[in-house]
Ligand binder design. Structure first.
Ligand SMILES: NC(=O)c1ccc[n+]([C@@H]2O[C@H](COP(=O)([O-])OP(=O)(O)OC[C@H]3O[C@@H](n4cnc5c(N)ncnc54)[C@H](OP(=O)(O)O)[C@@H]3O)[C@@H](O)[C@H]2O)c1
Length: 302
């Protein structure tokens, strides 16, 4: 039997991966982009959901991810990450449809030292994290069938993210300064999307209940070691990779404070959904190849 999935968002990292992977996982997929439903306008989002009477599950791939921008003005973050997800959660609950919503490791302050579990108390350091944390509770309080998945450091080889920012420096700089005292769990967008599709399967089949889960790649790493691995991988394609110079966060001022160590423990996700999350290194190999292919395309055109 075909199951129909509605993905809110079309062009972002997660939405793109979901579109690429859903069919192979047995889902018929429909997407909604900003031109149909602006997430600062909950009425438009609810209307888009109600315009699709035959859907079985909804994944929200929309977020306002401007972490530094939200420190200056948090109105968009609150609308997109808090208020609309809560209304969406209620609308999906009224229809009896599970909503899968995505949150962030930035709900944690990062001072714990080890990996955070779902039972650990969140306490965000920045406005973005606060907006996402409130969004979690809005979604989860709407229905026991809804599920929230905290992920981290999402990347692929095509969109704007930390990995492509590093790759863009190849042939431009000889050295790149990267903070070494922020530790997290880099996660390829395909890893996140595959995990969400598995979770949607289990929720619909009644093999799992909703709730809060951590969904990212295992083996946390510092930003500078992550950058180093990206360049070591890229060096197989292009030998002009910069050298990574580790620096402290204090030497890289930004508007928003970020957690020192926001590593997430994903055991609950892996056992609940019987799913082994791949190491981020596999995702880096894939993303670097994709980025190199994209770079080769235009320059090889006569
Ligand atoms: N990226 C990360 O490192 C990271 C880390 C932790 C958690 N997460 C979470 O993971 C999820 C997926 O993130 P992602 O990396 O796929 O994000 P992304 O690439 O930034 O995509 C965000 C999507 O949201 C859409 N959007 C933003 N504001 C909107 C609005 N007002 N109305 C309608 N659409 C709007 C964007 O549309 P346009 O393309 O039209 O702008 C885009 O399609 C999010 O919940 C995010 O908070 C991400």
């Amino acid at each position: 039997m075909t199951r129909r999935l509605l993905v809110l968002g079309r062009s972002g990292q997660l939405a793109t991966s979901l579109s690429g992977l859903a069919k192979g996982a047995g889902w018929e997929i429909d997407t909604v982009d900003r031109s149909e439903a602006d997430f600062t306008r909950p009425d438009q989002v609810i209307k888009a959901v109600h315009a699709r009477p035959a859907i079985d599950a909804v994944i929200n791939a929309v977020a306002s991810n401007d972490v530094d921008g939200a420190e200056v003005d948090d109105r968009e973050a609150i609308a997109v990450n808090t208020l609309t997800p809560a209304e969406l959660g209620r609308a999906c609950a009224d229809r009896g449809i599970p909503l899968l919503h995505v949150s962030t490791d930035y709900v944690f302050p990062g001072r714990q030292g080890g990996k955070y579990r779902e039972s650990d108390t969140p306490s965000p350091l920045n406005a973005y994290g606060r907006s996402k944390l409130k969004g979690e509770s809005g979604v989860l309080s709407a229905s026991a069938r809804h599920a929230v998945f905290r992920t981290a450091w999402v990347f692929n080889g095509t969109h704007k993210n930390f990995l492509t920012a590093m790759l863009a420096q190849i042939g431009v700089r000889q050295e790149v300064r990267v903070v070494s005292d922020q530790i997290g769990s880099p996660t390829h967008a395909d890893t996140l999307a595959s995990g969400l599709l598995r979770a949607a399967d289990y929720l619909l089949a009644g093999k799992a209940r909703g709730g809060l889960f951590h969904l990212c790649s295992p083996d946390p790493v510092s930003r500078s070691d992550f950058a180093d691995f990206i360049y070591r991988t890229a060096a197989r394609h292009d030998g002009r990779c910069p050298r990574v110079i580790p620096i402290g966060s204090a030497d890289w001022p930004s508007k928003a404070r970020r957690p020192d160590n926001s590593s997430l423990d994903c055991d609950l996700f892996e056992t609940t959904f019987d799913y082994a999350l791949p190491h981020w290194r596999t995702g880096v190999e894939q993303a670097v190849s994709r980025w190199m292919d994209g770079r080769a395309g235009p320059s090889s055109t006569p």
